[in-house]
Design a protein around this ligand. Structure first.
Ligand SMILES: C[S@@+](CC[C@H](N)C(=O)[O-])C[C@H]1O[C@@H](n2cnc3c(N)ncnc32)[C@H](O)[C@@H]1O
Length: 218
């Protein structure tokens, strides 16, 4: 998992962080191994320390409905679903049958597959289909150019005690690079500026992983 560490940390500090975080269990270790076999795609996986943070947040919020945008092989969904209270559900949005098959296998291994609804379709379509559903916890980690649209679908549905977590908001520091004008970087800069100016929400940007923004209703 060397490539998954926060870009703020050198190897020694990263190892220290991991050594002082509850260790991954056998299901998570199996997931990391299965994902690593995908080669360079594995870099998309949410790292163990960030997964532990997601579990902690979900455990504190005790959502009835959680939503994940971008499931891949299941690291974040495993963390979120395991921390749900009895009867709660996690809606997972992705477009890949192949990658989410690995997630499905590991949800079953963890005994949490019965609390997860996976929809294979563009996430915007799935989110619009939520109608007037109330969302208590959401995690956005998919195509960066779609983030603002996902944010706009999720914020009005957030419950008063709800939390929206958004990954990759620092984009390895490119958000500050004046020479970076690619679509993903521009989308993330635009999103970050939009959120801090949005009077519907309170926001804190954390320098964990690749940058994680937490949003709640104002
Ligand atoms: C960075 S990965 C997600 C990592 C995942 N959260 C984890 O814990 O490992 C991004 C995922 O978004 C999915 N994706 C890309 N475009 C999408 C879209 N328009 N709608 C839904 N999912 C999309 C990809 O198939 C990929 O699995």
């Amino acid at each position: 998992m060397a490539d998954h560490r926060s870009f703020f940390l050198d190897d020694a500090l990263h190892d220290y962080v991991i050594a002082h975080t509850t260790p991954a269990d056998p299901v998570r270790r199996s997931l990391t191994e299965a994902t690593a076999a995908l080669g360079p795609w594995a870099r998309m996986q949410v790292a163990d320390d960030q997964a532990a943070l997601l579990s902690t947040l979900v455990q504190a919020i005790r959502p009835t409905l959680a939503v994940e945008v971008g499931t891949f092989t299941g690291s974040s969904s495993l963390a979120i679903a395991r921390a749900l209270p009895p009867g709660a559900r996690l809606l997972c949005c992705d477009v890949s049958d192949e990658w989410t098959a690995i997630a499905r296998t590991h949800w079953a291994m963890a005994g949490i597959d019965d609390r997860i609804d996976l929809v294979i379709a563009p996430a915007l379509q799935t989110l619009k289909g939520l109608g007037d559903a109330v969302v208590d916890f959401a995690f956005i980690d998919a195509d960066k150019t779609g983030y603002l649209a996902y944010y706009e679908e999720l914020v009005p549905r957030l419950s008063p005690h709800g939390l929206l977590a958004i990954d990759n908001v620092l984009w390895a520091g490119k958000v500050l690079d004046p020479t970076a004008h690619d679509d993903d970087t521009v989308a993330l800069r635009t999103l970050n500026d939009r959120i801090v100016a949005d009077d519907r929400v309170e926001v804190v940007m954390l320098s964990v992983g690749d940058g994680l923004t937490l949003v709640r209703r104002a």
